[in-house]
Write a protein that binds this ligand. Structure first.
Ligand code: BGC
Ligand code: BGC
Length: 568
């Protein structure tokens, strides 16, 4: 399989293959084996019957915020996505039912019969289910990857992947842009929390476990079947290694050394059968990854042997030198298969079409990329009986969204992801104690959920009402306390002592949610001192304290750690 993939890549590739080193001559000497299996025959047959227009449309992925089902019927896009700020019918806070309804509408539009026996190819929907199906109200929210890395528990991660896949299926979607397998090396980076670890080995292990949970294991009967969705390892590669932790920035250094850190999770993800890999926004030694033939094709296809789909990131192609969001054959030529072009899909589509017609994009390259989109749909079973989203087994099973067994897994993951940095004997809390929980963060579900929760940035105007199945930290403490006769009072942002005497104060404070570049910082100082003040005030009253810090990354906490008797 691996050898064959290389042969295919080299047969049609441009720059990448010439720089492929050892593999190229070996492949050149061997006659290309003919693919005979039924699956490949189906792909070849579909390709032979598709018009140029519809082939090009398979490579264009618009955002649901800027297309209607009529657009899908007219153009027959191969894939669509909902970005972090797009919900069904223009409503980020749309109820779960609307997601499934819209999935049906897009599906129906995509399979309307075409004239002259041209095959109608069902559309594939991708979403950022990055910590649970986290765009959808009512879904189970799991810890972000930085927390999951701290669990050191790949079996638990597999369960999370499987639970997430089921909840995605409830809403009729087939594909997630997860897991992020970035190796964050500078915690000023706003996406640090999407990274399992700074240790490439741990990232690789956790990433593979998540992929297996989402997709099932290659060869298993349920692989990419019901109860499973397609996964994406992202972002290839170097996202966690940018200078000063600047999101989408520059990665510089010796290529082998960079690969040993930042590309290390990919062979393991490929081995785990990952369906797609997303190109990264960053550059490596001056070349943006979306246009980097030697790495996107030579390395990823050639040396790593990946034969799945390479998907672009949000207008990532537009950042290539000489490209715009609406005109960029360079990305396809470098090895990208699908353009994530949320808004400017129409001019991009027209330009790609013209470039195939005038030969500046070779037909072989087009067919190869389209073939990969078709193959993923085939593996997902989308050609078998063409089952409408709402007619699939988990679809519309609203009881499985925020499903109690899934929430039990989430709860275990939260417990195992907590990191205890200090404990002067105040933990565990003794039975019968009187405690006070302080800090507004203790009573703020949107804040504890972080970025990529219902909205792209999370937090902000979101309220508890948008997290119907979630439990706030203070409510969680109350629940457990009632079983062990601990009395709990809540004090929000004043160091009040609602019910004397108090044996212990738990002070909860933390970062406000953020996503991507919005979370970039210039230094590691946590400037919000409300938590620190509460800790000091309780200490002044002679009350021992436990500090609970909610954060997407390690930050400079010396003052808080010193002020508290225990620190989580
Ligand atoms: C992010 C990706 C994400 C995509 C779609 C991009 O800005 O970098 O991780 O999958 O948007 O929302
Ligand atoms: C989208 C996100 C995307 C980001 C990229 C936002 O508007 O909703 O999905 O990742 O833009 O800049």
């Amino acid at each position: 399989m691996k050898r064959l993939a290389i042969a295919l890549a080299c047969g049609t590739m441009l720059a990448g293959c010439q720089t492929m080193g050892q593999t190229a001559p070996e492949v050149a000497a061997a006659p290309a084996p003919a693919r005979v299996d039924a699956g490949e025959q189906q792909i070849a047959d579909l390709l032979s019957r598709m018009s140029l227009e519809r082939k090009v449309a398979q490579l264009v992925m618009p955002d649901i915020g800027s297309i209607t089902p009529e657009d899908v019927e007219r153009y027959r896009f191969g894939t669509i996505l909902n970005g972090g700020n797009s919900g069904p019918y223009g409503d980020d806070l749309a109820p779960a039912e609307d997601w499934l309804k819209l999935a049906d509408e897009y599906w129906d539009a995509s399979v309307k019969p075409l004239p002259d026996g041209e095959p109608a190819i069902p559309v594939l929907w991708g979403t950022d289910a990055v910590h649970g199906h986290s765009n959808v109200i009512g879904a189970t929210i799991f810890p972000h990857n930085v927390g999951l890395g701290a669990t050191r528990d790949p079996d638990l991660i597999r369960l999370i992947g499987a639970a997430t896949a089921t909840e995605i299926e409830v809403t009729g979607i087939e594909w997630t842009f997860a897991p992020t397998v970035a190796v964050a090396r500078d915690d000023r980076w706003g996406r640090t929390y999407e990274s399992y670890s700074e240790d490439p080995g741990l990232v690789a292990q956790m990433g593979a476990a998540m992929i297996e949970g989402l997709q099932g294991s290659p060869g298993a009967e349920d692989f990419l079947g019901y109860g499973r969705v397609a996964a994406t390892a992202k972002h290839f590669f170097g996202d966690g290694g940018t200078e000063q932790g600047v999101d989408q920035g520059d990665v510089n250094g010796d290529l082998d050394e960079l690969m040993a850190i930042h590309a290390a999770p990919y062979p393991v993800a490929i081995e785990a059968g990952v369906s797609s890999i997303m190109a990264s926004f960053n550059s490596i030694n001056g070349t943006k990854m979306h246009g980097n033939g030697p790495l996107l094709t030579g390395e990823l296809r050639g040396n790593l042997g990946f034969d799945g789909l390479v998907v672009g990131d949000w207008n990532g192609h537009g950042q290539i030198e000489g490209c715009t969001n609406s005109d960029c054959r360079q990305a396809l030529l470098a090895g990208l298969d699908v353009y994530m072009v949320p808004e400017e899909w129409k001019p991009l589509y027209e330009n790609l079409l013209a470039q195939v017609r005038d030969g500046t994009i070779p037909m072989e390259r087009l067919d190869e990329a389209v073939g990969r989109v078709l193959r993923l749909k085939q593996q997902l079973g989308m050609f078998d009986g063409e089952v409408r989203p709402s007619e699939r087994p988990n679809a519309g099973r609203w009881d499985k969204l925020g499903f109690a067994p899934h929430r039990a897994v989430a709860r275990e993951a939260v417990a195992k992801s907590l990191v205890l940095l200090k404990n002067n004997g105040v933990l565990p809390i003794r039975e019968g104690a009187n405690i006070v929980v302080a800090g507004s963060a203790a009573n703020n579900i949107p804040q504890q959920a972080g970025g990529w929760s219902i909205t792209w940035q999370g937090g902000g105007d979101l309220t508890e009402a948008q997290f119907p199945n979630a439990t706030s930290i203070v409510d969680g403490i109350r629940e457990v306390a009632s079983q062990s006769k601990v009395n709990v009072a809540y004090a929000s942002d004043t160091a009040s002592v609602p019910r004397a005497p108090v044996d212990l104060a738990i002070v909860v404070f933390g970062e406000q949610p953020y996503a991507e570049f919005v979370g970039d910082r210039k230094d590691m100082v946590f400037r919000d001192e409300r938590g620190l003040e509460l800790l000091r005030e309780y200490k002044a009253k002679g009350i021992p304290t436990v500090a609970v810090f909610l954060s997407g990354r390690p930050l400079w906490m010396n003052r808080e750690i010193n002020a508290a008797d225990a620190f989580v």
